[in-house]
Design a binder for this molecule. Structure first.
Ligand code: UD1
Ligand code: UDP
Length: 360
C-alpha cells in the first residue's frame, strides 16, 4: 500500500452528501489513491446506501459497522476500530467531514497516531455547547492539521481560536454538490408527480435534533404547529423522529404526510419547489438557501449564520405551535445574491491542497 494514500472517513447521512463532490473531483484527476471507511453510524438503506448509489460514491473499502449507541460508546467503538485500521495500513492523511461522532472519533485517532488530519467544513460554531455537534466541531478543529473552511465567518471563528495558520478558505462542498445534484435530479427525479405536489403549494419539513424530538411535550408542540399550517406538509422522518413519534404515541395531523427519508436527488427537488422549508437540520438550512426557498429553523441558534443575516432563514427559538405558524407565514425578502458559500469550487480547492501536501 502506497503511503500517498488518503483515508476519507464517513458515517452519517450528511457525510455522504459532503464526500460525493470530493470523490467527483478525485475521479477527474485519475490515479490519485484514496480509500473510504464507513463507520456504520447510519446504516439503514435510506440513511446510507441510497447516497452511495445515486451519487456514485465508491463503495467503502472498510466498513466498521459500529451502529447506534450512547455518545461515549459509539465514539469509543469507532476509535478502537479506526485505530486498528490505521495501524494495519499506511495513510498519508485522514480526511474527516462535518461534525458528527464519526468526525470526532477519526480526528482523535489520527491526532494520537500522528497521522495528519484534514477537516472539511471547519470553523462552524453555534456557540451552544449543549449540542453534541458543537463539542465535535471544536475538538475536531483543534486536533486537526489542515482546516477547510466554508465561509468567511467560520474563518473568523478559527482566527479567534488561534487556528488561522492551519485554515484555508474553500467554500462549501454542499454548494458544489447541489449544483451538480440539481442537474442530476432534473434527469432522474419524478418526486413531485409521485406525491402529486404542485410547486410552492406545500411545505417540506425535517426534524431530528434531540431537543426537538426526544422530549414528548416539545415534539407534540411542533407536530401541532405543522398540523395547523395552511398547506400540506411533507415530513421526512429521520429514524430518531420515527421512533419517538411511535414511542410517545403522538398523532400526526391530517395535512402532514410522514414519509420515509428521501434520496438526495428527490430531496433537493422537494426543497427547490417547497413554499418554505421547515427544519432543524444544519445541511437542510443551507440547501434551502442554495435553492432559494425561504427557511424556518426550529432551533434557538444556528452555525449557518449567513442564512439568517441574508434574510433567507428565520429562527424559532421558542418552538411552540404559535411561534412556528408565525414564522411560516412571515413574509421575507432574502438576499441570495450575497452568496457567502464560495463559487462552487470548494472540492477543487480542497483536493488541490491535499494533493500538494500529501501526494507530492
Ligand atoms: C446524527 C448526528 C447529528 C446529525 C445527524 C444527521 C451525532 C452526535 N449526531 O444524529 O449531528 O445531524 O446524525 O442525520 O453524531 N437510527 C436508525 N437507523 C440508522 C441510524 C440511526 O434507526 O441508520 C436510529 C437509532 O435508534 C439511533 C438514532 O437513530 O439511536 C440516532 O442515531 P445517531 O447517529 O446516534 O444520531 P442522529 O440523531 O442520527
Ligand atoms: N436529506 C436527504 N433526504 C431527506 C432529508 C435530508 O437526502 O429525507 C439530505 C439533505 O439534502 C442534506 C442532508 O441530508 O444534504 C442533511 O443531513 P441531516 O439533516 O441528516 O443532517 P445535518 O445536516 O443536520 O447534520
Amino acid at each position: 500500500m502506497s503511503s500517498k494514500n488518503l483515508l476519507f472517513v464517513v458515517g452519517a447521512r450528511p457525510n455522504f452528501i459532503k464526500i460525493a463532490p470530493l470523490c467527483i473531483e478525485l475521479g477527474k484527476r485519475g490515479g490519485m489513491p484514496f480509500q473510504i471507511v464507513h463507520t456504520g453510524q447510519h446504516y439503514d438503506q435510506l440513511m446510507s446506501d441510497v447516497f452511495f448509489e445515486e451519487l456514485n460514491i465508491p463503495e467503502p473499502d472498510f466498513k466498521l459497522e459500529v451502529g447506534s449507541g450512547s455518545h461515549g460508546k459509539q465514539t469509543g467503538d469507532m476509535m478502537a476500530k479506526l485505530e486498528g485500521l490505521c495501524q494495519e495500513h499506511a495513510f498519508s492523511c485522514i480526511v474527516v467531514i462535518g461534525d458528527v461522532n464519526s468526525t470526532l472519533a477519526a480526528a482523535l485517532v489520527g491526532a494520537k497516531l500522528n497521522i495528519p488530519v484534514a477537516h472539511v467544513e471547519s470553523g462552524l460554531r453555534s456557540f451552544n455547547r449543549s449540542m453534541p455537534e458543537e463539542i465535535n466541531r471544536i475538538a475536531t478543529d483543534h486536533v486537526s492539521d489542515v482546516l477547510f473552511v466554508p465561509t468567511q465567518l467560520a474563518m473568523a471563528n478559527l482566527r479567534n481560536e488561534g487556528l488561522q495558520a492551519r485554515s484555508h478558505f474553500s467554500g462549501d462542498v454542499m454548494y458544489d454538490m447541489i449544483l451538480h445534484g440539481l442537474e442530476l435530479a432534473h434527469k432522474h427525479s419524478s418526486i413531485l408527480e409521485q406525491f402529486q405536489l404542485s410547486p410552492k403549494a406545500y411545505y417540506l419539513a425535517t426534524l431530528h435534533r434531540p431537543y426537538n424530538v426526544d422530549a414528548p411535550e416539545q415534539l407534540k408542540a411542533i407536530m401541532s404547529g405543522l398540523s395547523s399550517l395552511d398547506a400540506p406538509v411533507l415530513l421526512s422522518a429521520h429514524p430518531r423522529l420515527q421512533k419517538n413519534l411511535a414511542q410517545f404515541g403522538i398523532a400526526v395531523g391530517k395535512n402532514v404526510q410522514l414519509t420515509q427519508p428521501f434520496g438526495y436527488l428527490d430531496f433537493v427537488v422537494l426543497e427547490k419547489n417547497a413554499r418554505k422549508v421547515i427544519t432543524d437540520s444544519g445541511g437542510v438550512q443551507k440547501e434551502a438557501f442554495f435553492v432559494q426557498t425561504p427557511c424556518v429553523t426550529l432551533r434557538p441558534e444556528t452555525e449557518w449564520v449567513e442564512t439568517i443575516e441574508t434574510g433567507a432563514n428565520l429562527l424559532v427559538p421558542d418552538r411552540t405551535a404559535e411561534a412556528i405558524l408565525k414564522a411560516a407565514y412571515q413574509e421575507t425578502a432574502p438576499r441570495y445574491e450575497e452568496s457567502p458559500y464560495g463559487d462552487g469550487n470548494a472540492s477543487k480547492i480542497i483536493i488541490d491542497i491535499l494533493q500538494s501536501k500529501y501526494y507530492s
